[in-house]
Design a protein around this ligand. Structure first.
Ligand code: ASP
Length: 352
């Protein structure tokens, strides 16, 4: 990890000056926001994660009126390739920064593909009530009407607002995208190319950010950050996602069990229903001690425990309103923390 510059030391500042701007660390990880193409009209054939954090920041001169920025290049990847060790590095770095008096908040620039997973992971493992705000872009930095610069300015604005004890404080990890502010728990990517690619289905965004103004319309109810029992420091258990669909076989589940997987999240049809062949394989997996979590591939709505499958009898856990990929994050953290058994895991899913 490179630290390309460090935060200004406020101690030498003029005491008569206006209150110093908040100190926000911008941690860059790559993604389309750092993408570049040879042609400004190219918004699909670009390379993600090639523009450095200093260049991203220099495209947004207005940042200097909102915060004192400390940039770090944590990674330069396409977020489709996000890996568990990088999650550990990122979360640990954020915790280290926020534990100091030199940093008032963190903004993470990220690819859109796995942003919802990283955001939820941080929501559950950041040990601070200082703001952490993720942002991204749907168009590369080289594009006509690139959306990254405004998203970055808005993310820093939300972090600065929270650092000044605004309504954004204490809401857990946030995602600022296309003028909206979402909770990390609820936000999902819902479009392949639209600039308005992130939604919090059914529940809606927490609020909005525009022209330097931040407003919240609701708060986050479930525990996160300091109230979360989970930490980033344990080893990652092996958890995979399988899907149910017409004609699905049990081959994938059997192969995962043979590979020694600790948990399986199933993206069920509709209200979390599972094809009988897959359900039989999953029930056998559960009886052998594999944690099986039932979620839905639909994209919105919640599951009822014992609704579309006899969870009690089969040893399954219901993911509630988490999508399969967020359910996998929570299952990995719970297993890493030593939570075992369907009843205890169900409590975790009912809580977070
Ligand atoms: N593949 C890119 C990524 O997730 C997409 C994006 O950032 O919009 O890194």
């Amino acid at each position: 990890m490179n630290t390309s510059s460090s935060l200004p030391n406020p101690s030498g500042q003029n005491q008569n000056a206006r209150p110093a701007l908040p100190r926000i660390a911008v941690l860059a990880t790559g993604g389309t926001i750092a993408g570049a193409a040879a042609d400004a009209a190219d918004t699909s054939g670009y390379q993600a994660g090639v523009v450095g954090v200093d260049q991203l920041l220099s495209a947004v001169p207005a940042l200097s009126t909102v915060a004192r920025i400390a940039p770090e290049q944590v990674a330069s990847i396409d977020s489709k390739d996000m890996a568990l060790p990088l999650w550990t590095t990122l979360a640990q770095r954020i915790n280290t920064l926020l534990a100091t008096d030199d940093v008032d908040g963190v903004v993470v620039t990220h690819g859109t593909d796995t942003l919802e997973e990283t955001a939820y992971l941080l929501h559950l493992t950041v040990k601070s009530d200082k703001p952490v705000v993720l942002t991204a872009a749907m168009r590369p930095a080289s594009a006509l009407s690139a959306d990254g610069p405004l998203n970055l300015l808005n993310a820093v604005t939300v972090a600065a607002h929270a650092a000044a004890h605004g309504a954004a404080r204490g809401q857990g990890v946030l995602v600022a995208f296309n003028n909206r502010v979402h909770s990390a728990r609820d936000v999902v990517k819902t479009s392949t190319y639209a600039v308005d690619a992130f939604q919090s289905p059914e529940i809606g965004a927490l609020g909005w950010v525009q022209d330097g103004r931040v407003e919240f319309q609701r708060g986050v109810v479930r525990p996160h950050t300091l109230a979360s029992e989970f930490s980033i420091d344990a080893a990652w258990p092996h958890v995979e996602v399988v899907a149910s669909y017409a004609g699905v076989s049990r081959i994938a589940v059997d192969a995962l069990v043979a590979a020694g997987v600790r948990g399986i999240v199933v993206a069920g049809t509709g209200n979390g229903s599972i094809h009988q062949s897959l359900q039989q394989a999953l029930a056998e997996a559960a009886s052998r001690g594999v944690a099986v979590v039932r979620s839905s591939r639909v994209g919105s709505g919640h599951l009822m425990r014992n609704g579309a499958a006899a969870d009690d009898a089969l040893g399954f856990v219901s993911a509630g309103s988490l999508n399969p990929y967020k359910a996998r994050v929570l299952l990995m953290l719970a297993l890493a923390a030593g939570v075992t058994g369907a009843a205890a895991l169900q409590k975790v899913f009912d809580t977070y």
